[in-house]
Design a protein around this ligand. Structure first.
Ligand code: 4AD
Ligand code: MG
Length: 476
């Protein structure tokens, strides 16, 4: 099979050569022009059929989404747009498609409609671009950490720990649902469960990541994580992918520096390797913007926005400064926030977006949050009120990164766990890192779908993951 991908053909193959391509029909006009797409690019290859050369039974089978194998001669294109096209010598129908029954029409469908046809939506230009960019970002993530000497650590999917202590876990169990064994006090007896204890799908690989960092120095994880939070928003999934680097000999500032460099690196990689897909999405967004009132349109287009982010430093402020900015804003004075603002609140998405979209107009790293709204493992600051936490907020999205310097002092960690009612015996293995050669260390988690949203400009997180899992929906 000596087929050439359409992207490669359009990029190089000089006119006059023989070439074989395989792909799916997007449109067929005048019994003469097939727009063939093979998934390598949104640019369809124009296949030209000489009139009278192919018989009618074959022509009838060239329908929307039929799969074809075409061999022909690469020629300079007569039409506008592309410089090359393929003059067909032989056409083989690899797979027929009943155009009457095919659920997608050769026209623009809404994203909502395509979400219901999620099994076929990869065959549209928008999703073609989104998922090629998603792929590039994933590749760039491994490339970035590999170049820096980080070890890729595979942390478990099934675990007994609730790293975030937020209780948003999906239980994993082999006990019968209808009649599980119970102890005398009525509680479920997990000693008869598969692992002999209660387990769940991981919400974060961080705690296990810390075990790796305190041996390898630097590790990262990149895998699926699960949260049973009942938030039906455009930014939440029940199953999402997270990248979690963890570094020994590292404080909060080093952590913020790495996160910024990392985000800029992967965006730059996509800009270099997916220029045509980004251009397609830029145009798509410009169309979408036209429907909005002038005042709500963004000042920068998609590519200008990405260029700005890779070429400018992120803003850095403390949580206390962030609250002050919100309190002093006209937005607050005019009571435009739905949720009230005061020191100690867990900032809502509307607050985060005000900071990045209205005030700073760039990504912002917020540090030193109140300890009462953050997880037990974060390093306590000397003020007794805050911890060495950092969140990165991005325009259009809100939080994309959550991280912190970790509490490396055994006594302080144990005291915090007691305060937060976290059983020490369940985390004995975690506490061991603080007993045997403890060091300052830090890390963060980047929500993969949120950065894909940011780079592609897609407004709904369900449109940047192949098979979205959200409350009340998991089709396949
Ligand atoms: O802020 P989070 O909860 O932090 C942690 O899990 C830490 N253990 C990370 C670490 O320090 N190693 O989650 C990290 C990021 C968020 O900033 C967000 O981008 C993403 O994960 N995220 C979600 N993305 C999609 N759907 C959800 N339900 C998400 N919950 C968190
Ligand atoms: Mg968070």
């Amino acid at each position: 099979n000596n087929r050439i991908k359409v992207k490669a053909l359009l990029a190089g193959e000089p006119a006059g050569q023989q070439a074989t391509v395989m792909g799916w029909v997007r449109t067929f006009r005048n019994n003469q022009f097939v727009a063939l797409n093979d998934g390598s690019t949104n640019n369809n290859l124009q296949v030209v059929l000489e009139l009278g050369k192919f018989d009618d039974t074959l022509l009838k089978r060239i329908t929307t989404s039929a799969a074809l194998k075409v061999t022909g001669t690469v020629v300079a294109s007569q039409g506008k747009g592309q410089k090359l096209e393929l003059k067909a010598d032989t056409i083989e129908i690899l797979g027929d498609s009943d155009a009457e029954k095919y659920p997608l029409q050769p026209k623009k469908h809404s994203l909502e409609f395509l979400r219901e046809k999620a099994h076929l939506r990869f065959r549209t230009n928008t999703f073609g671009s989104v998922f090629r960019i998603r792929h590039s970002l994933a590749f760039a993530i491994h490339k970035f950490f590999n170049e820096k000497g980080f070890v890729y650590l595979h942390t478990p999917i099934i675990t007994a720990s609730d790293a975030e202590g937020a209780g948003e876990m999906f239980r994993v169990s082999t006990l019968p649902f209808d009649n599980p064994p119970r102890r005398e006090d009525g509680t479920i007896d997990f000693s008869e469960d598969f692992f002999g204890r209660a387990t769940n799908l991981t919400v974060s690989g961080q705690l296990e990541g810390e075990l790796g960092a305190t041996a390898f120095g630097e590790i990262y994880t990149f895998g699926p994580t699960f949260r049973a939070e009942n938030s039906n928003t455009a930014r939440h999934l029940a199953e999402f992918w997270m990248i979690e680097p963890e570094m020994a000999f590292c404080d909060l500032e080093d952590n913020a520096n790495l996160a910024e460099e990392f985000i800029q690196y992967i965006i730059r990689y996509a800009m270099e390797h997916n220029a045509d897909d980004l251009e397609f999405l830029r145009q798509r967004l410009l169309e979408e913007e036209k429907a909005k009132p002038q005042t709500e349109r963004s000042e920068l287009d998609l590519i200008q926005k990405l260029e700005f982010v890779v070429n400018n430093q992120f803003e850095r402020i403390t949580y206390t400064e962030a609250i002050d900015i919100l309190l002093q804003s006209n937005h607050y004075k005019k009571k435009k926030f739905q949720y009230d603002v005061s020191w100690g609140i867990d900032m809502q998405s509307e607050h985060e977006r005000y900071l990045v979209e209205k005030h700073f107009k760039k990504p912002v790293i917020v540090t030193n949050y109140p300890k009462d709204i953050k997880a037990f493992y974060m390093r306590q600051n000397e003020d007794g009120k805050t911890v060495a936490a950092m969140d990165i907020l991005a325009p259009g999205i809100g939080e994309i990164v959550g991280g912190s310097q970790r509490e490396e002092r055994l006594e302080r960690l144990e005291q915090r766990m007691t305060e937060m009612n976290i059983p020490h015996e369940e985390l004995w293995w975690y506490l061991d890192t603080r007993r045997f050669g403890t060091v300052p260390h830090a890390g963060f988690g980047l929500g993969f779908e949120r950065i894909v949203q940011f780079v592609t400009g897609m407004s709904n997180i369900r449109d940047v993951i192949a098979f979205p899992r959200t409350p009340k929906s998991a089709e396949f």
